[in-house]
Design a protein around this ligand. Structure first.
Ligand code: SF4
Length: 461
């Protein structure tokens, strides 16, 4: 039998409980247990006026932003519409059915104002990391670092070549916000001062972004998201935005290590990273200054493929500071007896150079395989070689093989960031925009991790 036609009929009174309509296994319900924003009002007190119209509750705005990043809703305009319509989103934001959702423009106003002035998103991120540590998800003993390119919100055609780019001619007064941020960060080691090399092109709308072809495809403008994770459960301990150049990413790693120590008193035993981080100065900093074992492949260009002896064929005598060649002869930095002794020291580039005597090589049968076109053989050695040797020794251990597998965890987080959270391209411009987006995304990833690893207590328990 066909039932009666369904027609909407407004009821005079509703008996409706939002709580009953959010499924017990809904993701927002599971992460809600770990969202503690109780202290952000206190954190923001100095940034609100004591007079005037009451503001939108900052906790509400943060909750709405978390919904957006959790559910991959990038547009704030659409996010507000979704929160208006979706019962679970309303429940998470503590909005009842009749409560109004803030206008989307409120977010940008607060983000550019008091949220940035108070570094609120960093505060929220650190609160969640502290919860992860308190729940035993991060011991801080074994950390991994990596960076991933995130495309900037720019048009690659709206740019100027380095020959024509003149930052001195920009008027900061009339420039857009992202351009003003670019001017402000020109001396920042994570952005303008990361390298003296000028990028091939500079974007007009977001000049701090880096023109890069690192993905081997067509070049584009990007920022780097730098993550430092604890490998126990892939909790993100720190996040940093930087230019997409290696120098900036190495600096970001140092910043994150020091900041994590200051904030959470974490002193890692092991740092895992890929070859990009295997430079001499960084290995030196890790080994000598921070006492961290570098599970990082060393960048070494001394290998040869033409059959000529490479540096590994020469034995270094630490005691006498010399190399011994395959023919048994000594290579030294200096042999001349100066009337005024000159200290043996590195050249300006930090490279020590060791040479044989011409007389030793002249009659040597191994010369065709050693220095066929030169009268003597030269071997170079970095001033950071002791620390590089520490990394080389670790490279041969089983622990290093385990570290290679653990390193995948940070790469998986970047895949999750782009595929699930939809952060393949930034929505906000400028260094501060990139920083805000990375902090919110990392906060969300940690919240999802907490929800996944810590089961919801059963109602009967
Ligand atoms: S050529 Fe010179 S440096 Fe090379 S093996 Fe012979 S003696 Fe040693």
């Amino acid at each position: 039998m066909m039932g009666p036609r369904q027609e909407a009929q407004a009821a005079l009174f509703y008996d409706f409980c939002l709580e009953d309509h959010v499924p017990q296994d809904h993701m927002l319900r599971s992460i809600d247990r770990f969202v503690d924003l109780s202290d952000i009002r206190q954190h923001l007190v100095p940034f609100y006026s004591s007079t005037g119209r009451p503001s939108i509750d900052p906790e509400l705005m943060i909750r709405i932003l978390l919904v957006g990043y959790c559910m991959g809703i990038r547009s704030e305009r659409r996010l507000c519409d979704e929160v208006h319509l979706n019962l679970a989103y309303r429940w998470f934001c503590r909005l009842d059915l009749g409560d109004c959702v803030p206008d989307h423009s409120t977010f940008s106003k607060n983000r550019h104002g008091r949220f940035r002035d108070s570094d609120l998103l960093r505060h929220v991120f650190e609160t969640v990391v502290a919860r992860c540590i308190a729940e035993g998800l991060a011991s801080g003993q074994c950390l991994a670092v990596d960076a991933s390119l995130i495309e900037a919100d720019t048009n690659r055609l709206n740019s100027t070549s380095k020959e024509e780019w003149r930052p001195d001619n920009i008027d900061p007064e009339g420039a857009p916000r992202a351009v003003r941020e670019y001017l402000d960060t020109l001396d920042d080691a994570a952005f303008g001062a990361a390298t003296p090399v000028q990028p091939k092109f500079t974007s007009h709308s977001d000049p701090a972004s880096q023109w890069t072809a690192a993905r081997k495809g067509p070049a584009y403008f990007a920022y780097s998201a730098n993550y430092m994770i604890d490998t126990d459960h892939a909790v993100i301990l720190d996040v940093e935005a930087s230019r997409s150049v290696r120098q900036a990413e190495l600096g970001a790693m140092q910043t994150m290590i020091d900041r994590t120590k200051d904030t959470f008193d974490i002193n890692p035993e092991r740092m895992i990273a890929d070859t990009a981080y295997g430079t001499g100065p960084l290995l030196e900093w890790l080994v000598q200054e921070r006492g961290i074992a570098p599970h990082i492949p060393v960048i070494d260009k001394s290998g040869r493929k033409d059959g000529i002896f490479e540096r590994a064929d020469f034995t270094y005598d630490d005691e006498n500071d010399l190399y011994v060649c395959p023919g048994g002869k000594e290579l030294r930095q200096s042999r001349r007896a100066f009337t005024k002794p000159r200290p043996d020291g590195p050249h300006k580039d930090g490279i020590l150079r060791y040479r044989t005597r011409k007389a030793d090589c002249d009659g040597c049968q191994l010369k065709p395989r050693c220095c066929p076109k030169e009268p003597t053989r030269k071997v170079t050695r970095s001033i950071h070689e002791p620390s590089r040797d520490v990394a080389r020794k670790i490279y041969l251990t089983i622990d290093y093989a385990i570290s290679c597998k653990l390193r995948k965890k940070v790469e998986m987080l970047f895949a999750h960031l782009k595929r699930i959270l939809g952060l393949g391209r930034l929505r906000l411009r400028g260094p501060c925009g990139a920083k805000d987006e990375f902090h919110l995304a990392a906060t969300t990833q940690n919240l999802r991790k907490l929800a996944k690893l810590i089961p919801t207590p059963s109602p009967t328990a």
